[in-house]
Design a protein. Sequence first.
Length: 589
Amino acid sequence: MELFPTRDLRFLLEEVLGIQSLFEHACYEQHDLDTVRDTLQLAHDIAMEQFLPIAGLCDEQEPELVDGRVVLPEALSTAVGAFVEAGFIGAGFDEDVGGMQLPYVVTQAVLATFAAATVAPTSYPGLTMAAASLVAAHGSEALKEQWLPGMLEGRIFGTMALSEPQAGSSLADLLTVAREAEDGTYRLVGNKMWITAADHDLSENILHLVLARIEGAPAGTRGISLFAVPKRLPSGEANDVRVVGVNHKMGYRAAVNTVFALGDEGGAVGWLVGEPHQGLGYMFHMMNEARIAVGLGAASLAWAGYRHSLSYARERDQGRPLTRRDPTTPQVPIVQHADVRRMLLSQKALAEGALMLSLYAANLVDEARIAREAGDETTAGETEGLLDLLTPVVKAWCSHYGLRANEDAIQVLGGYGYTREYPVERIYRDNRLNPIHEGTNGIQAIDLLGRKVPRGTGAPVLLSRIAETLAAASGEGEALAELAAGVQQSVERVTGVTTALMQLGATGQAEAMLANATPYLHLLGHTVVAWLWVEQARAAARAPEDDFTRGKLAAARYFVRWELPRTARWASLLEPVDRTVLDTDPAWL
């Protein structure tokens, strides 16, 4: 069987999201579905030929710090070079800056293909794409002219440098300092921690986007500015940036993660991005893209684990049906055992649900762009509000349930699943990073309930879109009507719980409101994914009937019947709020 069929992604893009409508608008009119199909096929071919064969090697040969420079497996350079040569880094950027101007959702589908083959190497071009997007959106004309062409061509790679040893996710406590020089540049001194891709030989140069405080800046997040700090200066000289350590990780090993120092010899030269003290806002441009990318990566790994375990289950003969007890009869493939099918169906429902959620969010980026360029600010604002609401859900839900899918992949293989002879244990270890990546899932939950929901801009749009889908599905046959009814119950739970929590916050009980933010994220996430499964089921019902569409309908039914009832339990913890955690004294633990 084909390991990662392009049909899976084409179904989501063409038949569910209907991206062909994007090509009716000026910004994407130079493309059509043939462009998309050719792009996905090219990505598939490179991923299968260059990335998949080195997946195990990149896990076994960890990056090393040798004489102050990071050394990566040579095969990694060849694979990433093929990605660059295909033009994928610039694929989503406008033609006037050297890109292909493909829809954002298409570029994310491309990344999903590579991440499914092996996720860690995609970090290098993926971070570069996000860094280039930030420079394009917030950099001065001089900064863009200096760095953007090289980034889109893959000669210059990018990073995001936020965390520090003493601060972690608490960016208000950053200590890196920037002092303005006479020539208008800055000299940065400080240390950064957990920085992915901060040194390698995959490109000619690396542009670090660094958060720091200009001398005399206000305390807290209000005093943070953003700087572009290259590994090598435009003159070719080495900048005062030095990797001093490599973090050894459980998974994601080929994506080197570093500790680096700025200014050991007087100060690293950096250029201010945008205005002083606005750096955190600019960085969120990159962070939000990265959070969608983390969700997509987790979904892709869940999909990868599912496809590998499905292949194994179809080929592995073991045992006999309960109705055939004669030990002299041939054994059957384990996929014929009901409990194995349960685990495969669970993986399919979670993985393909997560892929749909991630691509739906990416498609919102394209919807908002089209509306803004058409002068429809109201629609653009509503679409961006919905994307803002869903971003923490994409990151956290996909990474949590993608990992759960990978657990089932290991279980399908039994003892072999726990060994390195098969890829599912590596895929699990790789995916274990994603609940931590780009802000832990707890941070995402607090962001969702503490900031995104109270803003109120995304929720009405979400409820309207869900209602439209459920109303249509209710009239499209008994099977779809049953799915719609199940989702409607969950929508009512979310609505009631949200109203109660917002009232709690309004009465000064914010701590109680946020104490159980994580189950709230699960409650909303499951409801959104169930809605999107109804959309997948509607598309499958419209298509010619075959094993693929029957599988989609089975997975939708599984999610609504097996997963969605969990929302009742989460709702019971939130209305009224269960205070067990909040009232537990730390001394008792």
